[in-house]
Design a protein around this ligand. Structure first.
Ligand code: WT7
Length: 646
């Protein structure tokens, strides 16, 4: 029996949705989705209110996904303008700088309006028009939020590239979506270190011929080279334009943003989200899952470079008129108390973070937590990977003092927002379970043949019907969208996750079942790391698998076959790890790298990843049937020379 944490009386009383309320909402959303979603759509401010809700088919013959297709709105106006009369002087964004001795900055909704209008006018002055793609490569500074909303205001499609990605990764993303304008900063700051963002853009330029203009925000004042005719200082351009810019009327299905994410094959794909359905999903989930109340300070400690930052730092909270905290730094700098100090400083009531951060802090010891007050906290959330019950209990007991429910939210870049999650006033919690589907979400567990399993069961997780926040396409490759998500199980969206449903109908995500590794809550495709490795002149072949990692959840384990005549060495191992770090970014750095004279392959030449995973896990007692291998001897050699965990 798993532990059960029932909803407290106080929460059942005060929350927007209690247990009976959840049953009602969920029941209606499934029985009558059309009227349910048209009703929910009223939470947005429409230029033209939609009369059609979902219009979709996951079948090959008639494949399409549309929500509120006849509606018109502007996302930025929903996040800013409509709050001005009632909440213009309330705080929209609290920005907490990397350096704790610096003052935090606050922007009211009125100030946010002026900043976003100005940014939008700068983009227009640089020739950006509705439908154009703009790449945003910024640190966690307020301008990052302004830039997203400025694009939304004029109908440009933003593509945010995480500041930790390399010039190589950046140029690939700029080129894929053909973005002529890139927004960056001189440098970023994280944990007391500087990140040379502008220099990275300069380096990316050689492989990004589409890029014509670089708008540079002065963030640190660090040295940069400005290229005449291409580079523009943001503060200079902003001084030339007015702080008023009318929002562009957009169709609900007009693209809002592209966000690149790793899959099991090929290059990262540009996940495309559109305007109406996405914003509705971000805003509704933010309100119900976090039980957000006007006036509360809410903090999602993610980076804007990931979907969590898009939906739960910017779009969801601002659409709800919330006060959202943006944090430039990292949880462990200057020491492991930082998050809790920020909570106290800004009286944060709702905190949303990742299991990997909790595990990193947990092992530093409770004293970093208990030295702070945290009495403002009411609700805690996690996202990104399954949370181990030990970290869950620590979060609940030590961080939350046993007072705060934990919402473990399962979702993906593709889903736009939460799909399986507790509602704090409605759902009894089980540590490690994302619990129950959000209204409108129809999860199923299927076996390898696609048979739907009922009751308590374990298999692969699919979603049987569309929801408004669903991605609409892979940028530039609609066929790949269909092939990737809708062909494994016909007529259903395949999540790529394994999942167990228990006797109470609770869902337990067991992790990816495809060749995707979840490193610190971020997705890394094994194929991507392999391609980076084989680009090295000394490497003949590479195979990459995930391995258990105490803090990151999963680490990256690489098997590398060197070219004939090249000798393995520790120096070469370090050089190869550095190489991957430079090709993709620090998050892709292999935690372990084993030189392998041969890889286990079938007679038809297919690498047996199952065996490589077992060796990486250190689980070599039961490698299964290896008799079908072309050369079973390579397995013993790999076992004997296995890398200690990095
Ligand atoms: C994958 C999606 C969703 C924003 C951050 C990651 C894993 C995510 C949970 C959770 C268990 C989780 C899944 C999913 N995942 N949240 N609460 N419990 N697993 O977004 O990079 O698109 O990754 O993260 O494996 O498929 P992403």
């Amino acid at each position: 029996m798993a532990e059960l944490y029932p909803v407290s009386e106080e929460w059942a009383r005060r929350a927007r949705v209690d247990s009976a309320g959840y049953d009602r909402l969920y029941g209606r959303s499934i029985a009558d989705p059309g009227s349910f979603w048209l009703e929910q759509a009223k939470r947005l401010d429409w230029i033209k209110r939609p009369e059609i809700a979902g219009d979709w088919s996951f079948d090959e013959e008639d494949f399409h996904i549309r929500w509120f297709g006849d509606g018109k709105l502007n996302v930025a106006a929903n996040c800013i303008d409509r709050h001005l009369t009632k909440r213009g002087n309330e705080t929209a964004i609290i920005w907490e700088p990397d350096e704790p001795s610096e003052e935090a900055r606050r922007y009211t909704y009125r100030e946010l309006h002026a900043e976003v209008c100005r940014f939008a006018n700068v983009l227009k002055a640089q020739g950006v028009a509705k439908g154009d793609r703009v790449t945003i490569y910024l640190p966690m500074i307020p301008e990052a939020a302004f830039a997203l909303l400025a694009c939304a205001r004029i109908g440009a499609v933003h593509s945010v590239v995480f500041g930790g990605f390399s010039p190589e990764a950046l140029s690939g993303r700029i080129t894929d979506c053909d973005s002529k304008v890139v927004i960056t900063a001189d440098e970023g700051r994280r944990g007391g270190k500087r990140v040379p963002l502008k220099a990275n853009v300069d380096a990316a330029a050689a492989h990004a011929p589409a890029m014509e203009t670089v708008i540079v925000v002065k963030a640190t004042g660090g040295d940069v080279t400005m290229q005449a005719g291409r580079d523009v200082w943001y503060h200079e351009a902003a001084a030339q334009v007015p702080a008023e810019c009318p929002p562009e009327p957009m169709g609900a299905e007009d693209p809002l943003f592209i966000l690149y994410t790793s899959g099991s094959t090929g290059k990262p794909k540009g996940v495309l989200h559109t305007s109406g359905g996405y914003l509705l999903w971000a805003s509704l989930t933010h309100e119900l899952v976090f039980d957000y109340r006007p006036g509360q300070v809410y903090w999602c400690a993610a980076d804007i470079g990931w979907v969590t930052g898009h939906s739960y730092i910017v779009y969801g909270p601002l659409a709800n008129g919330a006060t959202t905290v943006m944090f430039e730094g990292v949880p462990t700098w200057p020491d492991a108390s930082r998050i809790w100090q920020v909570v106290d400083r800004h009286q944060v009531e709702i905190l949303y973070t990742a299991p990997t951060a909790l595990r990193a802090l947990m092992r530093e010891g409770d004293q970093y937590v208990t030295a702070t007050s945290r009495t403002s906290l009411k609700l805690l959330g996690t996202v990104g990977e399954p949370i181990n019950p030990e970290a869950w209990r620590w979060y609940h007991d030590v961080v939350g003092g046993g007072r705060c429910p934990i919402v473990d939210t399962w979702w993906q870049t593709e889903t736009g927002g939460h799909l399986i999650t507790p509602l704090p006033g409605a759902t009894a919690l089980k540590p490690g379970s994302a619990t129950l589907p959000f209204p409108g979400v129809d999860p199923q567990i299927v076996d390898a043949e696609g048979q739907v399993l009922h009751g308590a069961a374990e298999g692969n997780l699919v979603i049987a019907r569309s929801w408004p926040g669903q991605m609409r396409s892979v940028w530039g490759d609609h066929e790949r969208f269909f092939q990737t998500y809708f062909t494994t199980y016909r007529g259903k969206y395949f999540t790529g996750d394994g999942c167990r449903r228990d006797e109470d109908g609770y869902y337990w995500i067991t992790g990816r079942v495809d060749d995707v590794i979840n490193v610190s809550g971020h997705r890394m495709g094994t194929a991507e790391v392999e391609s980076a490795l084989v680009l090295h002149p000394k490497v003949a072949e590479a195979a990459v698998v995930g391995m258990p990692h105490d803090v990151k959840g999963q680490g990256i384990y690489a098997y590398v076959t060197l070219n004939a005549g090249v000798e393995p060495s520790d120096d070469l191992r370090n050089a190869l790890r550095d190489w991957v770090r430079r090709e993709i970014g620090p998050i892709a750095t292999p935690d372990a790298l084993q030189f392998a004279p041969g890889l286990p392959k079938t007679r038809s030449g297919k690498i047996m990843r199952r065996i490589l995973r077992k060796i990486a896990e250190g689980d070599v007692s039961n490698l299964g049937d290896i008799s079908t291998l072309a050369d079973p001897g390579v397995v013993q050699h790999l076992v004997d020379t296995r890398e200690g965990r990095g």
